[in-house]
Design a protein around this ligand. Sequence first.
Ligand SMILES: [Mg+2]
Length: 124
Amino acid sequence: MLLVVDDQPAIRQLLFEALGNGEHEVVLASNGYEAINIVRNQKPDLILLDLKMPGLSGLETLREINKFSPGIPVILITAYGELSDPEEAERMGVRCVVIKPFDLNKMRDVVRKVLEGFRFDFRD
Ligand SMILES: [Mg+2]
């Protein structure tokens, strides 16, 4: 199961359509609290996580999830390309950072690679 967490409905819908074409089950969450509740009940194979969200940020959400379910691979999605602590993000499972706006074919490719265990080097 892929968990998509983003506060923007258009992004959630886009990723649902791009990734949920029979190959994966895709579950959507519009904020960090929803995402945490979903992970408590059903462990995703991968989380696509927006960094900037009202309420809990992507990294705050990930800190909570790591307390009870560490090690889930994460693709972090950001409009800015700014990540204050990439080492912490990596420790919490972030395997790749994708900058908005993203290309859907590239995103499908990144999802496939991360599910295969690939780690992208996003620290620079
Ligand atoms: Mg956002």
